[in-house]
Design a protein around this ligand. Structure first.
Ligand code: G3I
Length: 472
């Protein structure tokens, strides 16, 4: 697309040079919108070469005695996605494949295909697997949630589920998120199928059954909004303390860390430390940091700082053993569909290019502080097509290279007498001298290496200067 635009410009310039009487003016001004995504990565050979010089996160983490992981979708573990998952991470967590609803959709009929695939990939790439998750209130099969069970039946079903799943992968799972999200925000127990049917000791029972099924696997309780010191994390702390006092097997706590830009809890390291001091490991299990879209340079820089801060807090505490991101690419994140208007939450953009956040993790793991984030950019360029004594047609092309957009807005300031009268392939408005144009429903996406053009009719008097266009 960039090539075709250039040749169009060239051909117009040639016609003007040839002296046609109504010379179209193809004067273009580019406005760089830097960092709307990160990247050096045009998924082309040059990208791979550019990144080969970076020490993979897993090697940086190993030098700090840490494991760095990502949640994955089994069906995607090929091509560029598979390359990054295998190269950068030393731990994989199945994002959905090991949940009860995935592995036993109808009672007694099991589907292990995706879970098996992820475990096999991990073994082939010398990676750990975090099993996720055995006891949860979400993503359970309908036959289970719609059933009517006595406490004894419910306990039997749970024990059987844990035996079956943990037993199947015995020796292949480094750690299990045995119990997921047991608490309400105020630190009381969440009233789930399990709590309501079996009482709070469903947690101790599940841990005990998991230990029996795979004595070598580390057993975790995992929750969200427990990253800082607060009522919920204190309830988790008190639970772990009491489980240890009772001799119930508990090896670690998982702090999910689904965070919002600029809101890394100031007590994160202190909180990790207090769990470590209880005698359990800590893992950051589901890290992502979402932002209001569209991303821009400042937000991506803040996200880099936030990822660095979370990673540094883990690095600072010896018993923080694993830092896992909940999907490494913006194309494989739960955030966008769950929080409309938010996204860009992971360390790689949707084209698998590392974002500044990636370098924030790397830096906290001891990677070079001077590693420049690759500079991708989207630009907007303004052109004048034909011009006559009172009017002209114009157009703006938005092009991306090593970056991408899911929506766009361009603005510029006109000189006296210049006014847009009609636009196509964009929604434009003019207030005084200020013009703003944004994408329509069908052309907001500009991929790396792609471009979008819109056109307009306008009037002019006096002079018709080319304005400076701002994208963003
Ligand atoms: O697989 C089906 C597909 O066949 C169907 O067409 C489609 C239609 O909606 O749904 C697909 O299932 C979706 C599944 O993800 C796989 O993509 C479910 O609807 C969707 O609800 C499910 O979301 C998962 C979510 O847990 C469920 O609560 C996310 O992928 C997963 O990332 C997310 O992970 C959780 C952790 O397990 C626990 N901590 C919070 C975290 C984020 O919610």
């Amino acid at each position: 697309m960039r090539t075709s635009r250039t040749s169009r410009t060239t051909s117009r310039t040639t016609s003007r040079t040839a002296g046609t009487s109504v010379s179209p003016l193809w004067r273009r001004v580019s406005a760089v919108c830097a960092g709307l995504a990160a990247t050096a990565a045009l998924l082309a050979a040059g990208t791979t070469a550019a990144r080969a010089a970076d020490t993979p996160l897993r090697d940086l983490a190993a030098a700090k005695s840490k494991v760095v992981g990502t949640a994955v979708t089994g069906s995607k573990l090929t091509g560029g996605y598979g390359d990054i998952a295998g190269r950068e991470f030393s731990s994989l967590t199945p994002g959905n494949a090991m949940k009860w609803g995935s592995v036993e959709p109808t009672q007694g009929n099991f589907n292990w295909a995706e879970a098996d695939q992820i475990v096999a990939f991990a073994q082939a790439h010398d990676q750990q697997v975090r099993g996720h998750t055995l006891v949860w209130h979400n993503q359970n099969p309908n036959w289970l949630t719609n059933g009517s069970w006595t406490p004894a039946q419910l306990g039997g079903l749970l024990q059987n589920h844990i035996n079956t799943e943990v037993g199947r992968y015995q020796g292949k799972i480094a750690a299990w998120d045995v119990v997921n999200e047991p608490f309400n925000e105020d630190g009381t127990y969440r009233p789930t199928l399990w709590y309501n049917g079996l009482g709070a000791d469903y947690i101790a029972s599940a841990l005990t059954w998991a230990r029996a099924a795979d004595p070598a696997a580390k057993l975790y309780i995992n929750d969200y909004n427990v990253e800082g010191v607060n009522a919920k994390s204190t309830a988790l702390y008190n639970l772990v303390k009491s489980l240890k006092e009772r001799g119930v097997p508990i090896d670690g706590v998982g702090l999910q860390a689904h965070l919002i830009l600029g809101q890394v809890p100031s007590t994160l390291q202190q909180n990790i430390q207090r769990f470590a001091d209880l005698g359990v490991d800590v893992a950051i299990t589901e890290l992502d940091i979402r932002m209001a879209l569209p991303a821009d340079t400042a937000k991506l820089a803040q996200q880099r700082a936030d990822y660095k801060a979370v990673t540094a807090a883990c690095v600072a505490v010896a018993r923080c053993v694993n830092l896992t991101v909940w999907g490494f690419t913006d194309s494989d994140s739960w955030v966008d569909s769950t929080f409309p208007g938010y996204g860009a939450a992971t360390p790689y953009d949707a084209n698998y290019a590392p974002k500044p956040a990636y370098y924030g993790i790397a830096e906290a793991l001891g990677g070079g502080t001077t590693t420049p984030p690759p500079t991708g950019a989207c630009t907007a360029s303004y052109g004048v097509g034909s011009q006559w004594n009172t009017g002209f047609t114009g157009n703006v092309t938005i092009s991306c290279s090593g970056a991408s957009l899911s929506s766009w807005k361009v603005s510029w300031t006109y000189a006296p007498g210049q006014r847009i009268t009609q636009a196509w392939n964009a929604t434009c408005s003019q207030s005084g001298a200020a013009v703003t144009c944004s994408n329509t429903s069908y052309n907001g996406t500009v991929p790396s290496g792609g471009s979008v053009t819109f056109g307009f009719n306008a009037s002019w008097s006096g002079s018709n200067p080319v304005p400076t266009v701002t994208l963003g």
